[in-house]
Design a binder for this molecule. Sequence first.
Ligand SMILES: Cc1ncc(COP(=O)(O)O)c(C=O)c1O
Length: 412
Amino acid sequence: MKLYKELVRNYGSPLYVYNLNKITTAHEMLKNCLPENSKIFYSLKANPNPGVVHHIIKLGCYAEISSIRELDIVLAAGLPVHKCLYTGPGKSDEEIKHAMEKGVSHFSVESLDELGVISNLSLCKKSKVRITLRINPSSQSSNASINMTGIPSQFGFEEDQLDSKELMKFKNNFIVIEGIHIYNGSNFDSSEKLFNNFKSAIHTIKRVSRRLEIDLKFIDLGGGFSAPYGKNETLINYKDIKTSLQEIIDNEFSNAIQIAFETGRYLTATSGVIIGTVQSLKKSKERNFCIIDFGINNLGGMSGLRRLPSSNFNIIPIDKANEEKIEASLVGPLCTPLDYIDKKAIIPRFSRGDNFFIPNVGAYGLTASLLGFLSRDFPKEIIIENNDVRQAFDYKLISLNNSKNYLATELI
Ligand SMILES: Cc1ncc(COP(=O)(O)O)c(C=O)c1O
């Protein structure tokens, strides 16, 4: 608490703080539930902060990236480019070209249109490219909180429409189709659900590789590792899936095949808190409102993704920790009634200037928010390790040729 108070004093409010020690612990837990020699791909979409990414890379992770800026971040953080897997359902020609110019040689491909562009570019540039096909399995097998496959979806090739003759048209001396990628969904909240998800992905990969006669060198079983969001909870320990998963992989695949898993939230969610400051506590028609200095512009809960925060966030007071609690709607400073963090928060009887924090928002926090809305400053991001500040980042909204862009400045 003392540290948080000091950070707000030095860097202002609202403020994101990421603790690298928590990332190290999460990475250890993740490694301990996966088969030996698995590669963990960090999905930058969960948290692209350069300090966070640098730490995750130092822990030995590969990267799953879906934009040129994510590519720039991982390269600047020191990841060798062959450890990048470029994914995403709508890669533009320029994006693919730029990525290849930067040395990316492994793409998860989601359509024949994309395969055509990559094939032509690899031939023109005489660059070797590894192709991993993302597949939408023919039936839904998972019960994730967000299902992405087995349903009508923009992701991947339809399993039963994929045809080896079609694929052959794109063959040349520079591309090898050598991988299959399945990402069934996110947030499997038990070992059993997660294991069933991987088992189903393995079966799909076997069916597809056999039918299309793919000489597999790489399989990406996706992820779906769950993590708390805004609540004072701990990460699920999935260690009891390790032996069964190892067994099934050993039975089904040669050990020359690289096995990959992807996650963003499992590695970063528990590392981050957002610290805020109370602006006002008032009553409207018998309801208490606590107005704070950030809203869905800073903690959107993926509001742009139509996943608005609902309630049950833990609001942990830095000041007035021991006071009697009241129920209040915790709302942000934006000019819309949709700007609420928690409609029924349990909080102390705060006064203007009091500080508090919300735990476990290190994944899909800042960059999954409506950052441009109302043109407010972005919160700074502070990286701590062993209770010491390691880095501080400040993002500024700038106007560039009439479009909004942002500029990151490292403060220290
Ligand atoms: C293809 C793919 N990989 C990885 C992820 C990261 O998921 P999470 O942060 O839930 O681990 C996502 C999230 O949507 C995804 O779509």
